[in-house]
Design a protein around this ligand. Structure first.
Ligand SMILES: *Cc1c(COP(=O)(O)O)cnc(C)c1O
Length: 379
């Protein structure tokens, strides 16, 4: 069976974990946490960042930082993971879902202005598949209405918008190092703080609402409870694992992009015959090889293709179910129609893509898809 995903170990993880353990300080904000922070500041030009236990945690921190209160409205795509919404719902926000583009699952930036009301506080964008949203439009709108922008950059490591790294454009950004992402630590994430107004408070919220970090730097003489917060910081064992991955970022990225391009080049003919659609990368965006998807012509066709691939030992998977149609949301909100989002929900199919996927296996997957579409009765 060719799995959908297989987490890649660089081989240095256990070495760094052993080193972290031997330092006898494996709680948060230790040696490897600081090494990861420096890496991101120096190599990825993130102004300020904090490792977290997950991207979900980083999103929850963002919701606290922009001070979401009961009744505030937050605009975000419906085609996303549940954490994008939950982080803000936990603080009492009303979620206002926006549609995707017709040819791209990302939030339709031109549809956002109509959704802004007196109560709107923030816009959350999701760079789906690591492909950038149209950030100039989003940031202009945010400036016009005085809104905060949070980038859910869970899938967007090492990807760019007009040359700027994703995660450096909104006021805040959240990354994931979950084992399904490009760079992993089992569970793991990171908050990026681009607006310096949030620096001091971010560190406090991260450390359970205390000024512990300032105390250890000798900036205050007592370490006290000064704000709300939680235990958002990961163990240094997790950071040690992550550091091994970061050192191999370029190698991992180059392999994933090669695999992505192979799929694209080899499946192009099916798109030309209008049998499927392939991902569209706008001029302003790059591809970071996070995931490769095709869009089928119907839900029924997608289900048949999944079964056909499965019967031939290939595991392919669909992705998000529209959040605006979820039981939780519909119990509390009016139904709105988001046509493009529903299309991706019904028809998008992700193919296996992981560092150790062999080109031979990849060719087999491509051939199987072509065989499926050759059989006219399937289409
Ligand atoms: C993976 C993912 C998350 C959640 O990340 P965790 O680290 O598992 O909390 C959130 N949003 C998007 C878009 C994701 O892909």
């Amino acid at each position: 069976m060719i799995p959908f995903n297989k987490p890649y170990m660089t081989g240095d993880e256990l070495y760094y974990i052993k080193d972290a353990v031997s330092k006898m300080k494996i709680s948060g904000n230790g040696y490897y946490t600081k090494k990861c922070h420096s890496y991101f500041k120096e190599k990825a030009s993130f102004r300020n960042c904090l490792l977290t236990s997950s991207c979900t945690d980083a999103l929850e921190m963002a919701a606290i930082l922009v001070d979401i209160k009961a009744g505030d409205e937050v605009i975000m795509p419906s085609y996303t993971f549940v954490s994008t919404a939950n982080a803000f719902v936990l603080r009492g926000a009303k979620i206002v879902f926006a549609d995707s583009y017709e040819n791209n699952p990302n939030i339709d930036a031109n549809s956002l202005e109509n959704l802004v009301t007196e109560k709107t506080k923030a816009i959350v964008v999701v760079h789906y598949a690591g492909i950038a949203c149209d950030m100039d439009i989003v940031m202009d709108l945010a400036n016009k209405y005085n809104l905060f922008v949070i980038e859910d950059a869970a899938q967007a490591i090492d990807s760019y918008y007009k040359g700027k790294p994703l995660g450096t454009i909104g006021h805040l950004a959240a990354f994931s190092f979950h084992e399904t992402k490009n760079i992993i630590s089992g569970e793991g994430g990171m908050l990026v703080v681009n607006d310096e107004r949030f620096d001091a408070r971010a560190e406090i919220i991260w450390e359970k609402g205390t000024n512990r970090s300032a105390f250890f730097r000798g900036e205050v003489d007592k370490y006290s409870w000064v704000d709300v917060g939680s235990s958002f910081l990961p163990s240094d064992v997790t950071a040690a694992f992550l550091y091994a991955q970061l050192e191999n970022l370029q190698k991992i990225q180059s392999r994933r992009k090669t695999l992505w391009n192979n799929y694209y080049d080899n499946l192009k003919v099916l798109e030309e015959e209008k049998l499927i659609k392939l991902p569209e990368i706008p001029d302003y965006a790059t591809c970071n090889g996070h995931l490769f998807y095709i869009v089928c012509n119907s839900l029924e066709q997608r289900s048949k293709l999944i079964s056909f691939l499965y019967d031939n030992n290939v595991c392919s998977v669909f992705h998000y179910l529209s959040l605006h149609k979820s039981p939780f949301y519909l119990d509390r909100n009016e139904y709105v129609e988001l046509h493009n989002c529903d299309i991706f929900s019904d028809r998008l199919l992700r193919l296996p893509l992981f560092y150790e996927l062999h080109v031979g296996d990849q060719n087999k997957i491509v051939d199987l898809i072509k065989t499926f579409f050759d059989r006219k009765e399937q289409v």
